[in-house]
Design a protein around this ligand. Structure first.
Ligand code: ZN
Length: 332
């Protein structure tokens, strides 16, 4: 069975996250099911929702304050450290930890914040979070903050909505490169994406996105953005969220696994197999019923393989590409 490194889940921010090690009742990921599905590692997000959890199609969600985000980030990182103390996960602070976790059969966890609201514009909190194990950061979720402008959810729509990085956002991306924190572009609008690309500091990473050519949602990447990711040596983790993979953009769980596989194939054909990987959005989005939860990964891998990848290529899609790109992003 192929071992998978997954680019994005919201599992530890769910209400029943305390049951992660022993098994949750529902949802997509917990430790027993990760083992059963071949999930060997992943990026675990601290995501702070918008009060009321509402947004309007085509408009950014309302901003949130640092206090609200900091509480979520502290709890999520604390959970990861507790899981590490209990021997349930290995919190990956460097690329060697990913190898060690795989050798031991322990789940590797990379700590991520999805939206940097918990970080003050002076970036003092960034050093604290890095010291606590943070190794990945998305400057924005789909709302504006001190650093950048998240892309509003819209279909069909260009991702070119709104202005780019603020001066504080540019300082944030520079400081992440100095500290060895991967910068995730998945919820940035297109101008912000190009602002990060122009800095040229690290491989470009979109942890959980799809190809705009196949599903023209604002959250997906145009072919020009894919080209930039490829030439930077970065990657796209293909998202499983049905409304970002279905050509019609509809949130319908009756979606075949071939719809996800088609995005993997498109990115590989456009920029090369070394620049495509997986980024589920488990526990953060509606995924195909045909997948169900993390235990369905072998079925998804079969669907991807069926589009014409060799076993060596499958290994890179499942694990090797994330391993390589995170090592480059973490280099200081
Ligand atoms: Zn997301």
């Amino acid at each position: 069975m192929l071992t998978v490194f997954d680019g994005h889940n919201d599992t530890l921010t769910r209400d029943d996250a305390d049951d992660f090690a022993t098994g949750r009742e529902g949802g997509h990921v917990d430790l027993p099911r990760a083992r059963a599905g071949g999930l060997g590692g992943g990026i675990f997000a601290a995501f702070t929702d918008t009060p009321g959890d509402r947004w309007i199609e085509g408009e950014p969600a309302a901003p949130i304050g640092q206090d609200r985000a900091a509480g979520v980030v502290t709890r999520t990182l604390g959970r990861l450290l507790e899981l590490e103390r209990g021997g349930h996960v290995l919190l990956a602070r460097g690329p060697g930890d990913l190898d060690t976790a795989r050798e031991r059969g322990t789940l590797a966890a990379v700590a991520h914040i999805e939206g940097a609201e918990a970080v003050d514009p002076g970036l003092l909190a960034l050093d604290v979070l890095h010291a606590a194990g943070l190794r990945s950061l998305g400057p924005v979720w789909s709302r504006p903050n001190a650093f950048a402008h998240g892309v509003p959810f819209a279909y069909p729509s260009t991702p070119d909505i709104g202005p780019g990085l603020t001066p504080a956002g540019i300082r944030l991306v520079r400081r992440c490169a100095e500290l060895g924190i991967a910068v995730d572009l998945s919820h940035l609008n297109e101008q912000g994406f190009w602002d990060v690309a122009k800095l040229g500091l690290a491989p470009l990473i979109a942890s959980h996105s799809g190809a705009h050519a196949l599903c023209p949602a604002s959250r997906n990447l145009t072919d020009e953005q894919l080209d930039a990711i490829g030439s930077s040596g970065g990657l796209v983790g293909i998202v499983y969220a049905v409304h970002f993979v279905r050509p019609d953009g509809v949130e319908d769980a009756d979606t075949p696994l071939e719809a996800i596989a088609a995005h993997v194939r498109h990115v590989a054909d456009r920029i090369g197999v070394d620049h495509v990987a997986l980024g589920s959005d488990f526990d953060g989005a509606t995924i195909p019923d045909a997948l169900g939860d993390v235990t369905g990964l072998p079925r998804l891998l079969d669907a991807i393989r069926a589009t014409g990848f060799s076993e060596d290529e499958m290994e890179r899609i499942a694990w090797g590409n994330w391993r390589r790109v995170l090592e480059a992003a973490w280099a200081t």
